[in-house]
Design a protein around this ligand. Structure first.
Ligand SMILES: Nc1ncnc2c1ncn2[C@@H]1O[C@H](COP(=O)(O)OP(=O)(O)OP(=O)(O)O)[C@@H](O)[C@H]1O
Ligand SMILES: Cc1ncc(CO)c(N)n1
Length: 301
């Protein structure tokens, strides 16, 4: 087994010049009305990383900094039609999946992606940061047997690893075992995300592996409350970098750098968990990370 670190390259390098066709990335995910996670986080990430983002919406959620107030999956037919519209005309160079809500939608999306030549990043979203279910328990088996096998890269967090495999990782020492358990379902690569690991190392550690190569991705852990959308942001950043032609280790390393910067610049909105700042790498610096205080969202009544 080889270990190492891949070179990075976050930012807009590789973006198309005037008149050229930009790298095109598709997110297949749920809408977050609060703008911090889901489709909205994905499209902002794709723009920030110099790609053209497109969307297949699988479900609409009513969501804000306090939690998910409601969720409405779309009919399978509407999901299939969005996918065909985008792929048959515009074309995609990478795909990311997020919230898929039901077994029916997981199976339909997996069926569409089975025929994809573009790399596929699967974020097997289970619950929101507040613990609200975004995937029916009855869909887990379809994720294991239909969706994970078509993934180029799967990006489960530690709770999703437990749900999918039964492995309960309690420290970095367990990450390799967790990765092997996920890889057994068929993705080419897996990123075990350590964001939820309580520890005093001061680091947020992820493991990227295909079962033979192994990359430990370490970044400073930011003591920020405003982490809404971290998982969506990492997965869509990986997809954006893959669409620009980077190999998986470089794509994931650059995506980790991008999400770390976005968390460092996260800001307060509403009375709960605020979003990460997707615009941090655009060069102008939003400066929203300086706490604007809870209640800012009440401006419009
Ligand atoms: N406080 C933090 N500081 C720095 N990096 C973090 C922090 N929290 C999470 N990360 C990193 O953010 C990325 C997403 O990991 P995380 O475990 O939060 O995903 P997630 O639980 O799927 O997110 P979400 O709740 O949005 O679904 C990983 O690279 C992780 O290491
Ligand atoms: C729509 C949506 N997708 C994913 C997440 C992940 O947290 C979320 N909160 N909302």
């Amino acid at each position: 087994m080889s270990t190492g670190s891949a070179g990075s390259g976050v930012g807009r390098e590789g973006a198309a010049g005037a008149g050229a066709v930009p790298p095109r990335v598709l997110t297949v995910a749920g809408s977050d009305s609060g703008g911090g996670a889901g489709i909205q986080a994905d499209l902002k990430t794709m723009l920030a990383l110099g790609t053209h983002g497109m969307s297949v919406i699988t479900a609409v959620t009513a969501q804000n900094s306090l939690g998910v107030q409601g969720a409405w999956p779309l009919p399978v037919e509407a999901v299939r039609a969005q996918y065909r519209s985008v792929v048959d005309d515009i074309g995609v160079q990478a795909v990311k999946t997020g919230m898929l809500a039901s077994a029916e939608l997981v199976e339909a999306v997996a069926g569409l992606l089975a025929g994809s030549r573009a790399p596929v990043v699967v974020d097997p979203v289970g619950v929101s940061k507040h613990g609200d279910a975004l995937l029916a328990a009855s869909a887990l088996d379809s994720v294991r047997t239909k969706l994970l096998p078509v993934a180029t890269v799967a990006t489960p967090n530690l709770d999703e690893v437990t749900q999918l495999t039964g492995v309960r990782a309690q420290s970095e020492r367990d990450f390799r075992r967790a990765a092997e358990a996920v890889l057994a379902f068929g993705p080419q690569w897996v990123v075990i995300k350590g964001g939820h690991l309580a520890g005093d190392s001061g680091e947020a550690v992820d493991l990227l592996t295909d079962g033979s190569q192994e990359y430990w991705l370490r970044a400073p852990r930011h003591d920020s409350r405003h982490t809404h959308g971290t998982g969506c942001t990492l997965a869509s950043a990986i997809a954006a970098q893959l669409a620009k032609g980077q190999p998986v280790p470089q794509a994931v390393t650059a995506a980790k750098e991008y999400v770390t910067g976005a968390i460092a610049a996260g800001f307060s909105l509403g009375a709960g968990i605020g979003p990460v700042d997707h615009g941090w790498a655009l060069g102008r610096g939003t400066g929203w990370g300086t706490d604007v205080g809870a209640g800012a969202a009440s401006d419009e009544g």
